[in-house]
Write a protein that binds this ligand. Structure first.
Ligand SMILES: *Cc1c(COP(=O)(O)O)cnc(C)c1O
Length: 495
């Protein structure tokens, strides 16, 4: 199993190379040369632990990893860092099944992949006989940064630098990042939004002079962003695990189709669901849920991707995005793996901020339904679901829950199929937005007050991540302009 660039078939990499490099050298994203087809004996799979399912799903994609090495990566990733042995529990809420992906170190779904990525990277370095230190450079809209740092902190021969938009993340998210321990971690705020940070990070990755300077220091860049296949592939696992749980509970028969709704930002999580479907998991439609940043919704309506629009700050900040990087992989697969076509569309996006697929091409995106929830709809959904079921959703999950309902009302999905809502964050990560949605006045409350109030309502004890953020020492305080990111990276690398 090899990978090549979504923009050029001759730029190839083995799995371990692709994990180390992150992005392909031409700026494209690594895609599998062929998607493996799974037999899926559900009698067996329904009994698998999360770790067993991870091995089953990852093995064919990571062909140059030995069985032993892959088992070791999985064991080190999915352990007591998670507060439940099932790692990704499936919870019935009303008529839907919520796949809770927030039981890891930072109580959001990015822990699912970022707990294993550092181990996949150090194993990849071994496979490649690579002795360079790995420098992780990443832009975050809140969750990735912290989850990546938690994964990489004090992992030997690695260093991690995280940029985030000042004012673009929740106060708890910011505290979580600024209290991050580990001598190899750095967190820097920028004046700008997430896309500014991400665009500059992408540019720095391809900056030849910066790469050369790094090489002289015995270091090399890699990406912990969701463009790395080491982020993407571990996310395929929990779709299998969710389906297995539905079969085990008797909620569906093996082979029945299900609908999956994913609150979407950079398009990594939902792309993993698409890959799950491509390998043979019986998924009917994939509902791509957006907030007021409706760039993906608009694409699924019209076939036009247009980033020339205002950037909306919402109560689901991890979905505030104009350029969804992983969407390029879907383009590749939906456009019959035509790398020239993908390269040309990506060039149009860079030059003019817009591209369009034609009517014939548009048909190939029918696995997906675009739907969105406005801010008011999101708050309304948190309240309605709480009142009906006592279940408290975070705003990202609420966007998905509402989007699913809208798609269902509009007749775009089969209402008779089991519905999985991907639940991407604990409500404790966004207490203010959640309390406001429940009509609780938060004006006089500081972070601690907010958390206490939320605890009264949910009856769930504070996750360890919250205790740490509230009591940890602030260790990072830099705020810079976007144009100073390169200098800052150099400073940090030279120590
Ligand atoms: C990152 C994130 C998302 C969006 O996931 P993508 O893979 O970027 O589409 C949704 N919800 C939460 C809580 C997140 O942290």
């Amino acid at each position: 199993m090899n990978y090549f660039s979504s923009r050029n078939r001759t730029v190839t990499a083995s799995p371990s190379q692709a994990i180390l490099e992150g992005l392909a050298s031409d700026g494209g994203l690594y895609v599998p040369e062929a998607i493996p087809q799974f037999e899926n004996n559900w009698d067996t799979l329904a009994k698998f632990t999360y770790q067993e399912m991870a091995f089953y799903v990852l093995k064919p994609f990571l062909s140059d990893f030995s069985d032993e090495a892959l088992h070791k990566c999985i064991q080190e990733a999915y352990d007591e860092k998670f507060d439940t042995a099932s790692i990704a529990p499936l919870v019935k809420v009303g008529e839907n099944y919520h796949l809770e992906l927030f039981h890891g170190a930072t109580i959001a779904f990015k822990d699912m992949a970022l707990s294993i990525l550092p181990h996949l990277m150090s194993e990849s370095a071994k496979i490649q006989d690579n002795t360079n230190d790995i420098v992780i450079l990443t832009a975050t809209s809140g969750d990735t940064g912290k989850a990546a740092m938690a994964g990489f902190a004090d992992v030997p021969h690695t260093q991690i630098i995280v940029f985030y938009p000042k004012g673009g993340v929740s106060s708890i998210q910011e505290r979580q990042m600024l209290t991050q321990k580990g001598d190899n971690t750095a967190v820097v705020a920028i004046h700008g939004n997430f896309d500014d940070a991400q665009t500059e990070v992408k540019r720095l990755f391809n900056d030849e002079s910066l790469r050369e300077t790094l090489a002289l220091e015995g270091k090399q860049f890699s990406s912990a962003n969701s463009m790395n296949i080491g982020r993407l592939l571990p996310q395929v696992v929990y779709y299998y695990y969710a389906y297995a749980q539905l079969v085990a509970e008797g909620a569906i028969q093996a082979g029945d189709r299900i609908n999956v709704t994913v609150p979407t930002g950079n398009f990594g999580n939902i792309l993993a669901a698409y890959y799950a479907k491509q390998t043979g998991l019986p998924i009917d439609r994939l509902v791509c849920a957006s907030n007021d940043n409706t760039v993906l919704y608009d694409f699924f309506q019209s076939g036009q991707y247009n980033r020339n629009r205002p950037f909306e700050l919402t109560i689901s900040p991890s979905m505030d995005i104009l350029v969804s990087s992983n969407f390029e992989r879907l383009l590749f697969h939906a456009l019959d793996e035509d790398t020239d076509r993908v390269a040309s569309l990506m060039q149009q996006l860079e030059d003019a901020g817009v591209y369009e697929v034609d009517a014939q091409e548009k048909v190939n995106f029918e696995d997906f339904v675009g739907a969105y929830a406005s801010e008011d709809e999101t708050r309304g959904e948190i309240k309605e679901v709480y009142e009906a079921t006592d279940y408290v959703m975070d705003p990202h999950t609420a966007v998905a829950s509402k989007a699913y309902r809208k798609a269902r009302v509009q007749g775009e999905i089969d209402p008779n199929l089991a519905s999985v809502i991907v639940s991407t964050a604990s409500p404790y990560k966004f207490p203010e937005a959640v309390l406001n949605a429940l009509d609780i006045n938060t004006d006089a409350l500081n972070d601690e007050g907010l958390l206490k109030e939320l605890k009264k309502i949910t009856n769930i004890p504070y996750p360890e991540a919250i205790n740490e953020a509230m009591t940890g020492e602030i260790r990072h305080d830099k705020v810079i302009e976007v144009q100073d990111m390169k200098e800052t990276v150099l400073d940090i690398i030279r120590g």
